[in-house]
Design a binder for this molecule. Sequence first.
Ligand code: NAD
Length: 330
Amino acid sequence: MIENERIVVTGAAGFIGSHLCRALLAQGASVVGVDNFDPYYSRERKDLNLDTISKSDRANRFEFYEIDVCDQSAITDVLKAQDTTGIVHLAAKAGVRPSIADPVGYSKANVLGTQSVLSAATEHGCKRVICASSSSVYGNNKKVPFSETDPVNHPISPYAATKVSCELIAHAHHHITKLPVAMLRFFTVFGPGQRPDLAMSLFLSKISEGSPINKFGDGTSSRDYTYIADIVSGIIASYLKIDDFGFRVWNLGGDHPTTLNEMIETISQVVGEKAIIHEMGMQPGDVDQTWADLSRSYKELGYKSSTSIREGLESQWAWMQSNLHVVNPK
Ligand SMILES: NC(=O)c1ccc[n+]([C@@H]2O[C@H](COP(=O)([O-])OP(=O)(O)OC[C@H]3O[C@@H](n4cnc5c(N)ncnc54)[C@H](O)[C@@H]3O)[C@@H](O)[C@H]2O)c1
């Protein structure tokens, strides 16, 4: 029963974290948010995310702490003070391309941060931990769709390598402590509040204002885009089910790939402007395609993708227009 839970959400000021906090509160859980406001994107965006939580129903059951997840004793103090039952660990330096310039920063926040959270969870006696992994762990897997049983020993960016490492340390931690841990492989997440560095956000802004966009590759690369509400449902389902498994990896995807060319065309239709395209080479670190095999998550979590690219982009565009002061500050 989620309403009896007291859950720490790390990365609560971020895109996925803030949606999850609101959903958990709406379902009756008590939520403790943790974030260090990593400067990867603007503080204003994160303040807006926190503001939407504090204006949501049952916001009196939400508390927030500004803490770096690498600080294990600070995390343990919060877990104890709040008598936390479980953790959803989403805090990370996200994004493939910037990880190439800062592999040490990514390793510290993602790998050390995850070990710190797991160790704090065990020190306090939390009942379970759910961690964000990523479709990027599959690297340039040629076999599609990507299944949880496929090998993930060939990441092609420092970011992806940190996520593979997180899965390995989580497995070892579970093996030693028996703490139930789920690793969720999210496939490119979109919708209201999407991270500003992601292609859909950038293209919605630029195409709508008649500015050119950089298209990397010939447009046939593809992503299995996943709507934020589906990701949130998958996280909550995994929180309720992980005790039955001990350690488990689940894909959370959108059920079919969309090419870059199709994505640009849909965005043009949604904003009502033709895209002006600068053709660029493929970016190092970017994979050719992602596509989730969802049979395990469907069978074990009841997970289903429910929102089309077009519907999701319309919601994302509506959100961007009503939050222009932070989306596109002048
Ligand atoms: N958005 C996607 O498409 C996607 C896809 C795959 C995996 N993921 C993973 O999902 C998680 C959430 O992603 P998001 O898109 O919401 O990103 P986000 O950047 O919006 O949120 C992450 C939050 O973590 C915080 N953070 C970073 N380092 C921290 C630290 N050391 N201590 C405390 N807080 C810290 C940041 O300030 C940020 O608010 C991440 O782990 C990311 O790698 C996201």
